[in-house]
Ligand binder design. Structure first.
Ligand SMILES: NC(=O)c1ccc[n+]([C@@H]2O[C@H](COP(=O)([O-])OP(=O)(O)OC[C@H]3O[C@@H](n4cnc5c(N)ncnc54)[C@H](OP(=O)(O)O)[C@@H]3O)[C@@H](O)[C@H]2O)c1
Length: 260
């Protein structure tokens, strides 16, 4: 797989899955535009990308939940590279909140997990039509596996899946593809940022690994490889699809097994 001459814009590239995507695309020789809020982390990841590819990524410090930043992200990318081939809508947050909790949780989640990708995709599409490029949305397995303890988060990811399908259908005649990857648990900063301390985070991931069909959880690189595949010409016939990368979590627990 080779992304030489292709421009890949990744949101949330300063940590976790987005950082893994940045590094993976760098190894595949892509020209990168990396978006995040934490300057120090973004610089650190950019340095690693430069080492991997010999090319310095464009760094864009921006909060995707702030509408004015969206046009700037696209402008800075086009100003530097004069094209856009791939948009990876990865930035996202989790808030541990249930249906009965403050609606402000829902508003915050919507602003980052839906409104940001919605607006960014809108503004990226004209450039993607020109390059016959594509979008990869980082959704989640919880878009279809309900978890009441994080119900508004689940809702935002379900919305992102439908966004993927509708936009895919709308832009398909223009030669643009739109897909999603739907990870299960990936050990990143996500749950720690949602308030879990180190020990609880470790405990939850250990418990999840033990109960998952494949008895493990995915790492950022596992998701990044799938994102790159969907963004590549190898996936030229794939659009509007969702790809689970969840160690089998979506399969659930068998009601009957051979011992019953
Ligand atoms: N980890 C999992 O188990 C898991 C499972 C399924 C789906 N996902 C999805 O994967 C994506 C990445 O999550 P992760 O696990 O890698 O989380 P993470 O380690 O917490 O990283 C999140 C990234 O998103 C960025 N970000 C968050 N809000 C932003 C905003 N408003 N504007 C710009 N950047 C923003 C962060 O940037 P700064 O640090 O610079 O602020 C950071 O780079 C999310 O969409 C998440 O829902 C994760």
């Amino acid at each position: 797989m080779d992304f030489t001459g292709k421009v890949v814009l990744i949101t949330g590239a300063s940590a976790g899955i987005g950082a893994s995507c940045a590094l993976h695309f760098a190894k595949l020789s892509a020209d990168l535009a990396l978006v995040g809020r934490n300057v120090k982390n973004l610089n650190k990841i950019a340095e690693q990308c430069t080492k991997a590819s010999g090319k310095e990524p464009l760094i864009i410090i921006a909060d995707i939940s702030v509408e004015e930043n969206i046009a700037r992200i696209i402008k800075e990318t086009i100003d530097k590279y004069e094209r856009l081939d791939v948009l990876v809508n990865n930035a996202g947050i989790v808030i541990m909140a249930t249906f009965m909790d403050d609606i402000k949780n829902f508003d915050r989640l919507v602003a980052t997990n839906i409104r940001g990708p919605y607006l960014l995709t809108q503004q990226a599409i004209p450039h993607l039509i020109e390059s016959k490029g594509n979008v990869v949305n980082v959704s989640s397995i919880v878009s279809s596996v309900p978890i009441p303890a994080m119900m508004p988060y689940c809702m935002t990811k379900a919305a992102l899946d439908m966004f993927t399908k509708c936009v895919a259908l709308e832009v398909a005649p223009k030669g643009v593809r739109v897909n999603s990857v739907n990870p299960g648990p990936v050990n990143t900063e996500l749950f720690k940022r949602a308030g879990f301390d180190e020990e609880r985070n470790k405990g939850i991931f250990a418990m999840m690994a033990a109960t998952m069909p494949l008895k493990k959880y995915a790492h950022g690189e596992d998701v990044a490889k799938l994102v790159a595949f969907l963004a590549s010409d190898s996936a030229s016939c794939i659009t509007g699809s969702r790809y689970e990368v969840d160690c089998g979590l979506h399969l659930g627990t068998p009601v009957l097994d051979s011992k019953n």
